[in-house]
Design a protein around this ligand. Structure first.
Ligand SMILES: Nc1ncnc2c1ncn2[C@@H]1O[C@H](COP(=O)(O)OP(=O)(O)OP(=O)(O)O)[C@@H](O)[C@H]1O
Length: 332
């Protein structure tokens, strides 16, 4: 388990991490998301001891990272693999040699290295590229090699810093499914840093949204999505749907609890109202849909709709309402 308490980090006078508290359970895939410059990479580098922090504590298992000597740090990092946006492969080495590099640095014997590299080549599934140089590979293939190299020392934790940001959607999908497979097969804890919310939705069990060096929201992907904290809105921005100026626009949130129910059509029939479906977004999360749909209803149907949705435990919100129409209680 990774346990971070009130961690603060300064670069000179610049406070980059402003009291981070986080717990990442063993074997979990944990996502850290936030805009550029909010401190995600710095936090990741604190976890593997590449950066020193100024205050607080950071434990990986029962190891307090701050107290490690240089020699202990080197050994500690054997347990932590890391992959990056730009792969960091050595251009002069072949795929095989890149994967073998950490094992050579730790002076493993040749036959052990050969066995391990061949196992890893099977995991990343690019058998015909063993003797290719990185420049002969696609972005997705380069990231596969980087993943194999990060796994060479059999780490307990894999840190992924924007690992899919330089990839096209298809390669992103294949890297995500490879990471998922590695997590399931090898039980490796993963911390995935990204600014792409959709990447986290497709792989993470829990996420934290970091804003200006602080954790502003944390929990399961589903919980964070359904709670719609301000930090999530700041991250994904407003939806670009043309909303009618008449009637009331309501966003209804769907998760595995209600995604298979025909809520809108049943509601329209029961309340005898017409509603316009304006748009929505559904993504797959743990093999069931997670998303929202925006509808427009007539003003005089609002109270009944509100009651109906609450009775059905549907999470919803309205937006851009005419203040005169609502009571004070609704606005506040
Ligand atoms: N070595 C450094 N020296 C001084 N300031 C730094 C250093 N590394 C990062 N920073 C600053 O710390 C802040 C956080 O940087 P960090 O790279 O952790 O953010 P990030 O959220 O990972 O951003 P991105 O998504 O763009 O990679 C930024 O203001 C950055 O300029």
């Amino acid at each position: 388990m990774i346990e971070i308490k009130n961690l603060r980090k300064f670069y000179g006078n610049l406070e980059v991490l402003k009291g981070i508290d986080l717990q990442i359970e063993k074997g979990k895939i944990f996502g850290l998301v936030g805009r550029s410059g909010t401190g995600k990479s710095t936090l990741l580098r604190c976890i593997n001891g590449l950066e020193k922090y100024n205050e607080g504590s950071l434990y990986v298992g029962d190891v307090d990272v701050k107290n490690l000597s240089e020699k202990e740090l080197r050994s500690f990092r054997k347990d932590i693999g890391m992959i990056f946006q730009h792969f960091s492969l050595l251009e002069r080495l072949t795929v095989y040699e890149n994967i073998a590099l950490p094992l050579r640095c730790w002076n493993y014997d040749k036959s052990f290295i050969d066995k391990r590299v061949r196992e890893l080549l099977e995991v990343i599934d690019i058998p015909d590229k063993t003797n290719s140089k990185p420049r002969e590979l696609s972005g997705g293939q380069k990231q596969r090699v980087a993943i194999a190299r990060a796994l060479a020392m059999e780490p307990k934790i894999l840190l992924c810093d924007e690992a899919t940001s330089a990839l096209d959607p298809k390669s992103t999908k294949s890297i995500i499914s490879l990471l998922n497979k590695i997590n399931k097969d090898l039980g490796i804890t993963m911390v995935i840093v990204t600014h792409e919310m959709h990447v986290l939705r497709s792989i993470c069990e829990e996420i934290a949204i970091i804003e200006d060096g602080r954790i502003e929201a944390v929990g399961s992907v589903e919980k964070v999505f359904l709670n719609q904290p301000p930090a999530l809105k700041n991250l994904v921005g407003q939806k670009e749907i043309a909303l009618p100026e008449t009637g009331i626009n309501i966003e209804m949130f769907y998760s595995q609890d209600n995604a298979s129910q025909p809520i809108i059509t049943k509601m329209a029939r029961k309340l005898n109202i017409d509603c316009i479906i304006l748009g929505g977004e559904m993504e797959s999360y743990k093999n069931s849909p997670l998303g929202s749909i925006i509808i427009n209803i007539p003003n005089d149907g609002f109270n009944n709709v509100k009651k109906y949705l609450d009775e059905k435990n549907v999470i919803w919100k309205y937006f851009e309402l005419d203040e005169e129409f609502l009571g004070e209680e609704e606005i506040c």
